[in-house]
Design a protein around this ligand. Structure first.
Ligand code: FES
Length: 137
């Protein structure tokens, strides 16, 4: 057994739980489709992973940090939105602003399976939601 490298040269990390333990991908993927699973991502920032309808992980994770003033926020499955409790900002399932005062879409990270674990990397491409360079790069 070779332990996976936890920190990659590109600054990527393996997803952990709130106690700092690596999370097996199988644990996340056992959740039903549509689940937003909160993990510790880059810089230990809480990050939502999405279970897709085909029981795979969505290739991007959404950082749980409101672009207004940085509150964390829950996923509301009934409204199909992320809803910030601090000042009422709302985001669609891809992290686009539906209602302000949040000025910008939520930050993305790249999500890939690596053996038993989930690698989270800095987002380097264009923002697929805007077709432009990400505001956070
Ligand atoms: Fe989220 Fe203000 S910090 S709406």
């Amino acid at each position: 057994f070779v332990a996976p490298t936890e920190v990659g040269e590109d600054g990527s990390i393996l997803a952990k739980d709130i106690n700092g333990n690596l999370i097996p991908a199988s644990q996340i993927l056992a959740e039903p489709p549509g689940t937003r699973a909160l993990v510790a991502g880059l810089g230990a920032e809480p990050t939502y992973l999405t279970i897709q309808s085909d029981d795979t992980l969505h290739p991007w994770g959404i950082v749980d940090n409101c672009t207004h003033l940085g509150c964390t926020f829950p996923w509301n499955p009934n409204d199909n939105q992320f809803q910030c409790p601090c000042h009422g900002s709302r985001y669609d399932p891809d992290g686009r602003v539906v209602r302000g005062p949040a000025p910008l879409p939520l930050k993305l990270v790249s999500v890939n399976l690596e053996g038993e674990y989930i690698r989270i990397s800095p987002w380097t491409g264009i923002d697929p939601r805007t077709g432009q360079k990400p505001w956070w790069v």
